[in-house]
Design a protein around this ligand. Structure first.
Ligand SMILES: C[S@@+](CC[C@H](N)C(=O)[O-])C[C@H]1O[C@@H](n2cnc3c(N)ncnc32)[C@H](O)[C@@H]1O
Length: 351
């Protein structure tokens, strides 16, 4: 759990701001980049795993990791200040707090902080926030020379880490998302940009008469196919490897967009919705599951969507307008989890 009792999820690592401490030092503590980077470098080097035990000598660790011993000692000094390692008579060891940073800690920190994962790499785009604020555009392409999803296409290990990150981020909350939507209204649902299929699989397991169809990019679609087969859902879950900017499987009762639109600027969000409506006509519904800006706002996530994707957590009226441009009428908004709502759109008759 984050410090405010909120589950850690990417991209935002929520934190609480203690306004009892309202002097300039409090601002400096919030603004400093050294601590976040020290933790990220510690994860990238695997220090929490390497320093299990009584205490390892800096020179030995530096030689093993092929890093500079003096610089490593400086890093370990700051990690000691943070309480994730401690000095011993023989060197440094990982503290119980620092064990959260172990690769096998099963808490998602590795996928969020390791600098060679999709999440850890993307987070560095915040360094170019000024560019995003000046232009309203993503900073990721400026930093890495291509947009986020193209970068994942070119680096299979980043794509793998992203799919893992997405599948795990709502692991504990999937039952609430499944229970919070009346899926029994539908005989078929298309999960548009459905990732590795963890939500659709859970929905299909809860509704044995429902058929599902997931659309995502090649590698992720293959991962979803494997996941559905492994869960014995192969005959009810189809998978199409393709783009949601192209025509979608037509004629389903519902088109689900779960954490998809906030990755895109308005132009692309319109193109995705247009594909959903084209496929859903005349009577299908479009279900958008996302955080809603201004409602239990997660302001940090807003900035992360901006710098990585040029997207944002849209406000309710923005969703309404986005849908209206495609003949979608917002029938209801239901809170599913602390940070996700379902917006249930129907297609306006006579369009
Ligand atoms: C933020 S993830 C959400 C995944 C899934 N809906 C979930 O909530 O776990 C966005 C998904 O959109 C997919 N995506 C990105 N561009 C796409 C495109 N052009 N066509 C289809 N899927 C795309 C990504 O591969 C990724 O799986």
């Amino acid at each position: 759990m984050g410090s405010a009792g909120i589950p850690l999820t990417w991209p935002a690592l929520w934190f609480s701001v203690d306004h009892d401490d309202d002097g300039p030092d409090a601002i400096l503590r919030m603004a400093g980049l050294a601590t976040p980077m020290a933790l990220r470098v510690a994860v990238t080097l695997g220090l929490a795993d390497r320093l299990l035990g009584d205490g390892a000598a800096v020179d030995d660790v530096a030689a093993e990791l092929d890093v500079d011993p003096v610089a490593l000692d400086l890093l370990l000094g700051h990690l000691t200040t943070l309480g994730v390692v401690a000095r011993t008579s023989t060197g440094y060891r990982t503290t119980p707090f620092g064990e959260h940073l172990r690769a096998d800690a099963d808490n998602r920190l590795t996928d969020l902080l390791h600098l060679d994962t999709a999440g850890g790499r993307a987070e560095l785009a915040h360094v170019d926030l000024l560019h995003s604020v000046r232009t309203g555009r993503a900073a990721y392409p400026r930093r890495y020379g291509r947009d986020f999803y193209t970068d994942l296409d070119d680096h299979p290990h980043l794509r793998e880490s992203f799919d893992r990150q997405m599948s795990r981020r709502f692991r504990d909350q999937v039952p609430r998302i499944v229970a919070g939507v009346d899926w029994s209204r539908f005989a078929s649902v298309v999960d548009v940009g459905g990732g590795a299929g963890s939500l659709l699989a859970a929905v299909l397991e809860a509704h044995p008469d429902l058929r599902g169809h997931l659309v995502d990019l090649d590698r992720t679609a293959a991962e979803a196919r494997r996941a559905f087969d492994a869960r014995g859902l192969g005959d009810r879950a189809r998978v199409t490897a393709g783009s949601f900017f192209d025509p979608l499987p037509a004629g389903a009762d519902a088109y689900l967009l779960f954490d998809v639109l906030h990755n895109w600027d308005d132009e692309h969000a319109h193109r995705i919705l247009a594909r959903c409506v084209e496929a859903a006509r005349p009577a299908g519904r479009v279900l958008v599951v996302e955080g809603i800006g201004g409602l239990r706002a997660d302001s940090e996530s807003d900035l992360t969507m901006l710098v990585i994707f040029g997207g944002r957590e849209r406000r309710l009226e923005e969703f309404r307008a986005l849908g209206a441009a495609h003949g979608l009428v917002l029938d209801s908004v239901t809170e599913l989890t602390d940070h996700r709502c379902v917006l249930d759109f129907r297609i306006e008759a006579a369009r």
